[in-house]
Design a binder for this molecule. Sequence first.
Ligand code: ADP
Length: 480
Amino acid sequence: MKIVQAASELFPYLKTGGLADAVASLAGTLADQGHEVAVFLPGYRAALEHPHAAAAERRLRLKIEMGDEFLTGDVRVFSPRKNLQVYLVCREEFFDRRQPYGNGERDYEDNADRFIFFCKGVVETLRLAGLQADVVHSHDWQTALLPLLVRDAERKHGVTLAVKTVFTIHNIAYQGLYPRGVFARTNLPEELNNVDGLEYYEQTNLLKGGILFADRVTTVSPRYAQEIQTPEFGNGLEGVVQAREHDIVGLLNGVDLAVWNPATDALLPARYSAANLAGKRICRTELLKRCGFAVDFPGPIYGMVCRFAEQKGLDLLLANQTFFHRQDCRLVLLGSGEARYEEAIRAMAERSPAKIMLSAKLDEGMSHLIEAGSDFFLMPSHFEPCGLNQMYSQVYGTVPIVSQVGGLMDTVTDVDAHPETGTGLMCPPTAAGLRAALHRSLTLFADAPRMAATQRRGMARDFSWKNAADGYARLYQESL
Ligand code: ADP
């Protein structure tokens, strides 16, 4: 099949979270399976500075209609592996910035324009380059208009650009909700500017376009596919999702074993496998050293890596800080995002500097070391569409402590409830729930054979992307 993917993040060129990993792994696996894959990404500064893009060829000049003006841009293309082409849709004014979505304090004011331009750039490239896709698959609010824009361009130009469109919701909490005036920038027919189209309580909701108008809709875990049809998790779009209940399917993300694999991971000081965990102990020592802790500490190390956002349950962690101050344990946190969480966590770490370490930045190498060197990985999320770190943890022999929500429920089994098959500890997303799970982790850690068996069961799980990519390939094929 000829498959086009479009997203606002793509590892290793631009990543703020799981979206980048998921799109890269899906595209790479489909390419390895012999499909012809093109991935579109905005031409961010970081992407253009990446060594792969040095060889990028300037393929097309774009002139994009945005409301009643035309904006120019260009498209650069490179091929990082067989069957895979990366298309960068460039316009300096929009994408030559250090961060993709905002300056850290707030989102950029021109985000609607930036991503509408990107989507239109994708469509215009499909048309000018005659790509004739079997499937155009877009991801999250930034590319949610693609299904509509593809069909609109086909109508206007009398051509076929894609046989089918697929849209994946990676996180329904981010919707691309803008003042109603933004609709004019789409140049879509006015009949879509109402409640059956993009309108949402007197505003324009870009995500809604993807959910309503893609031929097939997917989300990143079976559990989340159910959850987002309820008011608790639907973020106001539960009715819109329910309208597509027969076309929506939950396909679990996987782990890219070329990147996340303790047996081959070049970012670690030592490699290891379930058969020989000696390397994990070296990673543990290195982690303690990097944190400035005594390296011979024998007790449990808790790790956490996440965006500092409400979703991730940092409030539940903070509500349990006494646990970390009192117990003989270590806590290592890596993350960045909202300042209020960073400040609160920093204050917590300053109270017990010999036990708690915060690294407030994006650090790919450190995220691997935390996964490898910790005993437990914390993910007390309030909601989690799929979650990747709990899978990475299991692959790295680190026992995840997770909330009973979304993809966490589909990928972790509680070891107290299921002693023969358990791989982690699960709790309700409340302060008391997390507290109980933390105390259960001390009991588990104190029982070395049970702890080791739990780690090994996690390492034996198959989270490879092959399963996930097969699921998408089947879905594309069915829809065709
Ligand atoms: P989300 O997509 O909601 O952020 P996921 O668990 O699906 O959550 O994916 C998060 C990804 O981002 C993981 O690969 C994680 O390691 C990575 N990540 C998050 N914060 C950081 C950070 N500060 N440094 C390095 N990697 C990070």
